[in-house]
Write a protein that binds this ligand. Sequence first.
Ligand SMILES: NC(=O)C1=CN([C@@H]2O[C@H](COP(=O)(O)OP(=O)(O)OC[C@H]3O[C@@H](n4cnc5c(N)ncnc54)[C@H](OP(=O)(O)O)[C@@H]3O)[C@@H](O)[C@H]2O)C=CC1
Ligand SMILES: O=C1O[C@H](COP(=O)(O)O)[C@@H](O)[C@H](O)[C@H]1O
Length: 514
Amino acid sequence: MENIVASASSQIGDVGHENAPRRSPPGTFVIFGGGGDLTRRLLVPAIYNLACAGLLDDHFSIVAVDWTDMSTGQLQQNFHDALKNFVTSRATEAVALREDVWEWMRTRIRYIRGSFEDEATYAQIAKEVGEENCIFYLAVAARFFGAIVDRLGHSGLAHETDGMFRRVIIEKPFGSDLASAVALNARLLKSLRERQIYRIDHYLGKETVQNILALRFSNGFFEPLWNRDNIDHVQITAAETVGVEQRAKFYEGTGAVRDMVPNHVMQLLAMTAMEAPTSFDADAVRDEKTKVLKAIHTVGREDVVRAQYGAGSIRGEPVVGYREEPGVNPNSRTETYVAMKLRIDNWRWAGVPFYVRTGKRLAARKTEIAIHFKSAPYALFRDTPVEKLTPNIMMLHIQPTEGVTMQFSAKIPGPTVHLGGVRMKFDYSEWFREGPSTGYETLIYDCMIGDATLFQRADNIEAGWRVVQPVLEWERDPGFLHFYPAGSEGPKAADDLLARDHRHWLRIGPGHTG
Ligand SMILES: NC(=O)C1=CN([C@@H]2O[C@H](COP(=O)(O)OP(=O)(O)OC[C@H]3O[C@@H](n4cnc5c(N)ncnc54)[C@H](OP(=O)(O)O)[C@@H]3O)[C@@H](O)[C@H]2O)C=CC1
Ligand SMILES: O=C1O[C@H](COP(=O)(O)O)[C@@H](O)[C@H](O)[C@H]1O
C-alpha cells in the first residue's frame, strides 16, 4: 500500500519523504470493456491523475479492447471528452484538464476492436503487447470474467517470464453467492497464479478506509481500548441517497446484500476488527482480514432485516419507489436495504455486536463506522444534576465527510456540575489541505507496482460470501422483506433489531446522532 498523496505541510511528524512513491514499471494497461462506462468515468481519469503526479513510466501505454465500432482516433476523442467531464484530482472538486498531460497520454492509447469471446482478439492483443509487462483490467460484466481469463490462459497472454509480469484486475461482482465465488476462483486459478489476480474492491482505495489501519495501529492510545473490555458495540453504515439509477437490470438480480455486503461492508468490518498484521505485506494483512471474517458467527434469520424503498422524498424532491423505477419488476422482491447483527466469535470481540446496514434512497449519503465505548460508572454523578452520561463514541467518517470524531462528556462551565456532550474532530481536508483521491488511482498504481495489500485474496472473498450465504437462502421466504419510504432512516424493523438489545442506530440524516 503505497502513499501516493503528496506529503502535507501540516503533518506533525514526517511520514512522507523517504516513502515518496516511485514511478510504475513500464508496461501496457489492457482494458477489456475499454468503450464502457467504468473505463470512461473512473479508469481513464485515474490513469490521467497518475500521469499528472508523474507516476507513470515513459513506456506506459493503454490498449482498449471492445466490440464497439470505432477507430483509435475516436476512442482517444471519447477519452478526452470523458476526462473533461469526469476528471477530478480530488473526490469532490472539479479541476481543469491539463492538455500537456493529456497529449502525453493520447499518444499512448490504442484501440483493438474485437469480441471478448473471439480467439482472434487475443491474437491481436498478443501482437500489440509483445513481451511487455501487462495489466489486464476486466471492466466488463461479471459473466465474462471466467471466459476472458480462460482465453488469456490459452493464448499465452497470462504467461509470465523472468522479469516480466502479467496481472489481471477483476471488477466486482465476484460471484453471486458462495458457490459461484468458489467456482470462479477455481476457474481463474486454472490460468493464473493467485499472485497474478487483483480482485478490486474500490472501498479499499478510499484513503479513509486505509486510514482505519493507520489510526488503529500507528497510535498508542486506541489499540489498548479496542476490545470487548471497553467497547459496547460497533455500528457500520453505508447509506446512499441514490436509487438504482440506470442499473435496474443489474440490480434486480443482485440487491443490496450481494451488491454491498460481502465486499465493501465486510472490508470495513475486517479493517475495524482484525488483529494487527505482522507487517504491511499483502499476505500478512489479508491473513488477518480473512481470520476475522471467518470468526463471524453464522447469522440467524432474526438478526437480519431486508427491505425495499417505497415512494418518498429526498431533499424535498419526490422520488418514486423501487418498484416504479424504469426496468424494475412491479412486483420485485429485491432488497435495496439490509441491516444485520453480526457476532465475532474471538477473544477480542466475543459479546460485542457489530450492527451493519446499507441501503439506497436513505436520508443522507453517509458511510461511517461508529465505535460505541462502554459507559463510565455513574456513581460519582448521582448527587449532581447530571442525569446520564454522554455515550463515548468514536466515529470514523469514510464519506462524504472524511475524518474522525470523538464524542465525550465535558463539564459545562458554571458553579454546578452539569455535563454536556462535546465533539473533537479531525477533518482530512482541513488538516492535510487536500481531500483524498477517488481511490482508483491508488488501486491501479498498487497493481502496477505489484502490491496486492488492498486487493482481495480468494479466501477473503469466500469468507465474505460465507457470512451472507444464509441470507441469500431466505430471500424467497414470505415476510422476509420490509419497506421504508425513500429519504427515511430505513425500515422500522431495523430500529427494532437494535431496540431488542436496548440500543439505537445513530441517525443517518441531519440531527443529533449520539
Ligand atoms: N460503471 C460503474 O460505475 C461501475 C462498474 N463496475 C463494474 O465494472 C464492470 C464494467 O461495468 P461498465 O463499464 O458499467 O459496463 P459497460 O457495459 O458500460 O462496459 C462494458 C463494455 O464492454 C462491451 N462489450 C460487451 N460485451 C462485449 C463482448 N462480448 N466483446 C467485446 N466488447 C463487449 C460493451 O459494449 P456494449 O455496450 O455494446 O455491450 C461495453 O462497451 C462491471 O463488472 C461492473 O459491475 C464497478 C463499479 C462501478
Ligand atoms: O460497488 C458499488 O458501490 C456503490 C457505492 O460506492 P460509493 O463509493 O459511492 O460508496 C453503489 O452505489 C453500487 O450500487 C455498488 O455496486
